[in-house]
Ligand binder design. Structure first.
Ligand code: UN1
Length: 512
């Protein structure tokens, strides 16, 4: 089964499309490739990855700076070709990378397939984008001079990527830095180095020199901190928590030497605003996808449902019914919808929050309501939960797990948006209404990076839905969008006096 995009649409046709579902939301690749996926799972150990000694950070930076001399002068076409070759190799090994994601990051098969596709999409998209934007642009100017604007690489970048998309975000950051002519010191999340290390092998096999892409595995507090602090860092790209983004920002600001750019994509307290005209079936489906898919471990995930009191009982009943259908359990089983959270520390944090809400809020969905037949013996498993809480302002911290908070509202929906804005995050928002003008007005009023109207609010597609937030949610530019690569480059304007007095060689030659 292959769904071909409509060629009349302005989509880059070679993009894989990270979310390819049938109308029931089932991933078609999982259904059609179950034999090779399960065979890969049987035969795939998680390869060990050696830890990097933080004491060697300055040496790693020096090697990166030296490799930069050559890599930055490699034509962009050749750098883009290396990304495309990496993408082709990854696509050819889709079952292997899926199996690693299931084993190392506890992804469900559906999430694993989506993630490999997203990684492939990032590679191909940034290859095309680099070739589009890196050609010098002639600027208009007066007679007697020429003006040209060009983008140039900056130097060694530190790429710090998260465990929740250990392949896609890792590959996206690395690809963006490399294709623009920078070199990379990549620090994958401590929990998920193996899938990153396997991706690095593909980059190297595709022609990226070893010095231009180094994988440095270890804790953020030691390895990450040492890399950020090392002399000669030209830029840092980070996806993770708001708190760590601020630590990196402070460390960069405290360094001697140049001002270092930081691209940060962080968390969110993402809301959905549902008015009284919304379609309950559509709302319930969007809520369950957005809040519970990937065990809620997406920065885009829905945390706070704000539903109009006229339809609240009906919508909540539908969500309870839909949540009962979810199977929380072993991610290796094809039927599992919700796998475990990443580690014991995450489990304790989320579970502590759940225990607090059990006494402070109204319990709407709890494990007894959820199919957990497959859950025996699975560590760190948290079934979907939903609670009715007092007010939007009660939402203080991002809870990175399958926990949905619900509030009822009345009156002006613009006030609801204002209260959501006041939380200070700004990543995704869902709006559900059948009044188009209201949807547009609320979308404009929301201080967020990604607005989703009458659908779920996760799964931004590379090249289609540029992704990233504002405020406590990050600095931009948006990943998978047309402005992302610019931030990895410095701009240079070259102005030449083309008159005889300016010594223009061609002009002088023509005068002899
Ligand atoms: C993240 O979870 O860190 O739109 C960002 C989405 C994903 C989010 C990735 N692209 O759901």
């Amino acid at each position: 089964l292959r769904l071909e995009p409509d060629p009349s649409l302005p989509l880059p046709l070679e993009l894989f499309g990270s979310e390819r579902k049938n109308s029931a939301g089932l991933d078609l690749t999982v259904a059609t490739m179950r034999a090779p996926l399960l065979a890969a799972y049987q035969s795939t150990p998680v390869p060990p990855v050696a830890e990097f000694d933080a004491k060697n950070a300055a040496a790693a930076l020096a090697a990166s700076a030296s490799s930069y001399q050559m890599w930055s002068k490699t034509p962009v076409e050749q750098r883009a070709a290396a990304l495309r070759a990496t993408a082709d190799a990854m696509e050819a090994q889709l079952p292997y990378f899926c199996a690693l994601l299931v084993k190392e990051a506890f992804k469900t098969w559906g999430d694993a397939v989506s993630e490999v596709r997203e990684a492939v999409d990032f590679l191909r998209y940034y290859a095309n984008e680099a070739q589009r934007i890196m050609a010098p642009v002639a600027m208009p100017g007066p007679t007697g001079e020429s003006n040209e604007l060009r983008l140039i690489a900056r130097g060694p970048w530190v790429c710090i990527s998260p465990w929740n998309f250990p392949l896609a975000i890792f590959a996206g950051q690395v690809a963006a830095a490399l294709v623009t002519g920078n070199t990379v010191l990549a620090k994958p999340a401590e929990q998920t180095p193996a899938v990153a290390a396997e991706a690095v092998k593909l980059f190297h096999a595709a022609g990226v020199p070893e010095g231009a892409l180094q994988l440095l595995h270890g804790p953020g507090e030691t390895v990450g901190a040492a890399l950020v602090a090392a002399p000669g860092v030209a830029g840092v790209v980070f996806t993770g928590s708001t708190q760590v983004a601020k630590i990196i920002n402070r460390a960069l600001a405290a360094k001697d030497g140049p001002i270092v750019p930081l691209i940060a994509e962080t968390g969110g307290i993402n809301a959905m605003v549902v008015d009284s005209t919304a379609l309950p079936e559509q709302v319930s489906d969007a809520v369950v996808q957005s809040a519970f898919r990937s065990a809620g471990q997406r920065c885009s995930a829905l945390r706070l449902l704000c539903v109009h009191s006229e339809i609240a009982d009906h919508v909540i009943a539908m969500i309870q019914g839909a949540a009962q259908e979810l199977v929380a359990g072993d991610p290796a089983l094809l039927a599992t919808d919700v796998g475990p959270v990443i580690d014991a520390e995450a489990y304790q944090g989320i579970n502590g929050h759940i225990q607090r809400l059990k006494s402070e809020a109204k319990v709407l969905v709890a494990p007894a309501d959820t199919a957990q037949s497959a859950s025996k013996g699975i560590a760190n498993l948290i079934a979907p939960h939903a609670f009715e809480v007092g007010s939007i302002a009660d939402m203080r911290n991002e809870i990175f797990g399958p926990v949905l908070h619900i509030v009822r509202w009345n009156g002006d929906p613009a006030d609801v948006i204002a209260q959501i804005n006041a939380l200070g995050y700004g990543l995704t928002i869902g709006i559900q209404t059948r009044i188009d003008s209201r949807a547009q007005a609320l979308a404009r009023a929301a201080h967020v990076g990604n607005v989703y109207i009458n659908r779920n609010q996760i799964g931004a597609v590379v090249g289609v839905q540029p992704f990233g937030g504002e405020g406590l949610s990050g600095t931009g530019p948006k990943a998978g969008g047309p402005h992302y690569l610019y931030r990895f480059c410095a701009e240079q304007t070259i102005t030449v006096n083309t008159t005889a007095a300016g010594g223009n060689a061609a002009l002088l030659a023509s005068m002899h």
